[in-house]
Design a binder for this molecule. Structure first.
Ligand code: SF4
Length: 415
């Protein structure tokens, strides 16, 4: 039986952060609340009936897609489920449980399936967390980004640090023993000392996992348009923040297992490793991406188109499978049957993100040809430049290679 991971996209947020270009819609549209109000009233209580109606109808579509797609995944065992977004913790707990029920009734789950919910600090309650636990959720990923309220305001987060700490402590009390905290470096007007303060405050809480990415200024976001108002860290400062993260977290017993991810022993994120190791994953929901059996595709990003798709699966005179529905409109779903060279490229540039690197033996098993034969010359050149290193069967990035990882990965493309 092959392994499969499931991603569930929840495209709703309290309000769009200023740097965000993810597929998500604001359901509150309110300005950031004063700290006092944040502590007294969760945003969950402020979402109007109309937004709840939208969320409810989206969850129904999602369940339809999940249930009708199930026959295609009979030969798979689900090893991880990840609710991402957006802000999945905006969902009423009953809705999240209903989605999990749909998965449980149509798919075979591993006994130790990892079930993660991404959560934003101001969207949870004790009752909701308790329901997550009874629904089988065993991992939380909390979006903090910064422990500095002024920095949070500059990037348009709806919560402050105090709200985050309350949500974190509430999650521990509810029984969660596996929590990730997201932090961000290279924020507007942030210096290295500011970033170090965030890191220290986060590490002091002792989460099992920390993700630390640098802010990327995406075009068409409000922050991009307003960038002149701020001083952004230079590339050198950003590299210093990165180096500080690795060194400081290592001193506390976290190991970096991927370029931007750090975990205590045994708490690496199983779901994300599936992406980097090219395992099979299916994404359900608006705009969700999938890669199963070396076929990649993405669901429609427009709600109407997604509704049509979910409605067509398993229906009509030919009772089309989800795959058949997508193949009929392959361009719209960006269906790509990966060629062997494309699979090799992905194997390298995704695998090298992991600090353990890529294994020659695994390459051979996947493609029936040696890593040396395909990439030997390139690997030799990159090793001579001290960007890669070889240890026994494995090839991995050096510290210097991590600093220019985009350049290194690009070398493995054939075109
Ligand atoms: S919470 Fe995440 S998905 Fe939602 S707007 Fe902010 S960055 Fe985007």
């Amino acid at each position: 039986m092959e392994n499969l991971s499931i991603y569930i996209h929840i495209p709703f947020c309290v309000r769009k952060c200023l740097y965000c270009d993810f597929l998500s819609f604001s359901v509150c549209g309110k300005e950031r609340l004063p700290a006092k109000e944040q502590s007294e009233t969760s945003y969950v209580n402020r979402i109007g009936d109309k937004a709840f109606g939208e969320i409810e109808s989206y969850v129904n579509l999602l369940r339809q897609e999940i249930t009708r797609s199930a026959p295609e995944y009979k030969k798979y065992r689900v090893i991880s489920i990840f609710f991402g977004g957006g802000t999945p913790s905006l969902l009423p707990a009953g809705a999240l449980r209903a989605v999990l029920d749909s998965i449980r009734s149509g798919y075979r789950l591993a006994d130790d399936v990892e079930i993660t919910v991404e959560m934003n600090p101001d969207t949870v309650t004790e009752e909701k967390l308790e329901k997550y636990i009874t629904s089988g959720v065993n991992r939380l990923s909390i979006g903090l980004q910064s422990a500095d309220d002024a920095e949070l305001a500059r990037i348009g987060r709806v919560h402050d640090y105090g709200t985050f700490v309350r949500a974190y402590e509430m999650s521990r009390r509810a029984g969660f023993g596996n929590i990730n905290i997201d932090v961000m470096a290279a924020l507007p007007d942030q210096d290295i000392a500011d970033y170090e303060r965030t890191l220290r405050r986060v590490a002091a809480l002792s989460p099992e996992h920390i993700s630390a990415y640098s802010l990327t200024l995406e075009e068409h976001t409000p922050l991009f348009a307003r960038q002149q108002e701020f001083r952004f860290p230079t590339d050198e400062e950003e590299r210093e923040m990165y180096a500080l993260t690795g060194k400081y977290l290592a001193s506390l017993g976290y190991h970096r297992y991927e370029i931007s991810n750090y975990a205590r022993g045994g708490y690496e994120c199983r779901h994300n490793k599936v992406y980097w190791q090219r395992g099979n994953y299916v994404g359900f929901g608006l705009g969700a991406s999938s890669m199963v059996g070396n076929v990649r595709w993405s669901n429609p990003q427009a709600m109407e188109r997604y509704r049509d798709y979910a409605g067509q699966i398993g229906r009509g005179p030919d009772c089309g499978t989800a795959a058949a529905v997508r193949e009929k409109d392959a361009d719209a779903f960006a269906v790509a049957h990966l060629s062997v060279p494309e699979q090799m490229e992905e194997f390298m540039f995704l695998g090298l993100r992991m600090m353990c690197g890529v294994s020659g033996q695994a390459f051979n098993a996947a493609f029936g040809v040696s890593l040396e034969e395909i990439y030997g010359e390139l690997i030799g050149k990159l090793c001579a430049q001290r960007l890669l290193t070889r240890e026994h069967d494995r090839v991995r990035l050096t510290e210097r290679g991590i600093d220019v990882s985009n350049y290194v990965m690009a070398q493995f493309l054939f075109a």
